[in-house]
Write a protein that binds this ligand. Sequence first.
Ligand SMILES: [Zn+2]
Length: 566
Amino acid sequence: MKHSKLHNFLGSKLMAQILVWVAPLLLIVPNIALDITEISYDLPARAINVLLPAGVYLMLMSLWRRPGRMVVFLLPEMVLAAFQIVLLFLYGESIIAVDMFLNVVTTNVHEAGELLANLETAIVMVVVLYLPLLVFGILSWVKGGELSRRSRRKSLIAGAVSTLAGAIVLAVACVVDSYSPGRQLFPVNVVSNMIEAGHRTAMTKDYFLASEDFRFNTVCTDTTMTPTLVVLVIGETSRADNWQLGGYSRDTNPHLSHRADLTFFPRTLSESNTTHKSVPLMMSHLDASHFRDIYRSKGVIDAFGEAGYTTAWLSNQQRNGALIDFFGEQADTIHFLNDDGAHHFDMDLIEPLCRFIADNREGRTFAVLHTYGSHFNYRDRAPEDYRHFSPEDYVAASPSSRDRLLNAYDNTILYTDAVVDSVISTVEAAGIPAAVVYLADHGEDIFDDSRERFLHASPTPTYYQIHVPMLVWLSEGYKEQHPQAAAALEHNADRNVSSSRSTFHTLLDLGALSCEYFDPQASLISADYAEPERVYLNDYNEAVPLAASGLRDADLKLLLQKSISR
Ligand SMILES: [Zn+2]
């Protein structure tokens, strides 16, 4: 009978033997893939990455007489391998980064669902690779599938030889090459990243205690007591290349491009491609080189508050329980639109802004708006009236839908243009000396070149993920009071800017504030402004030069073409 034949096969020595050899082969699929995708791995690193894990898996599979049991024990390893393969599909390179683990914690589930829905191919492949292995492993175990003594010895020896060979290359590479398994050996590197993510989560938890005694000791250098209004609008996932103000061929800034009193900085780069690092960086006095101090520092809202400004944090993003929230919650007025559970467009931030301004008309005020900007899913970010570029009804995020995705994306920029313009109009209507700063936390990949990359927050950046729009608007009253600020803005407009470094100092300067942490060389309204050394905050929270950030030749060429370097 067919049924009993299958039953016999599942419990057979042959089945057990197949499992012993096939399981290691499937488990090193991510290792082989990484050897191909990682340009930073040299030959010894590639050899170690295959020999050592393959050997260890083979020995593990030969450990018990019933290898099916080990397949089940290796389930966590399969999960890691599956995640790694999905990631390689998504970004075309890189191991699962520390930031990926943190993004899972700090991104709401709905958003993660949207991403996963666009990853069908990767998920199908993972299921095809590992689900049958798991099922056959369980069945073989249950039905008593055992290895013969001879075949068990054979696989054990093969495993030991491979492990030993890998260990020898590793020992030599460590001495000669300062090779680090924690960075280049899968899955050791991913486990090490997981531990680092845990460490950073602990630092986040300790934030209140660690930052308790931090003081900016900010003082106001303007003693006239004139009411002043400073507003920061934090954009989301906006790329400078899609801004008409940045030279884009499409009319994505119909409102802002008609404002003469506005300075756009076309050579602005963010030092991070991920929200949870980029936003705290711009809100703090620190840049990438001192990022680790951020866990014991306070943010720009606190610096304004210390000097007597009334402050507000108005957000259209979900609470994430981390640094962005902590810095935001240092404000006098805190309002998260999403707390009501409804879907909001960024324009909904105007109403609480109006209220805040009206309530504090007599004094000095500082408001920060955290928008949802152009974050995927693009079609959810702009209301119907802004669906100007069409067709924009993509079904899946794939290179073949690029035109539609780009239309939908450009509609979000069109909408952002209207939102920022409304913020400026609202501020202008207050009739007091005022300034508005807008900048995005990072950009986005939209299948722009042969790499076919999509979204942001990947372990290594691209040009499209770090080139961001940034602008400063000054009211007539402000310019009259501070003519030197207006002149400096104009002078600095074409210079290289790091949004991560300059936002805090520019804002403080706009509010006529000073403190020991204030650096006039980072302020865009200062005649002392000096262009930054270009650095990037990598996954290990190290500030590295752009050339070592993972940017490829194509990215560096684009930066050169647009004269954004140094
Ligand atoms: Zn972001």
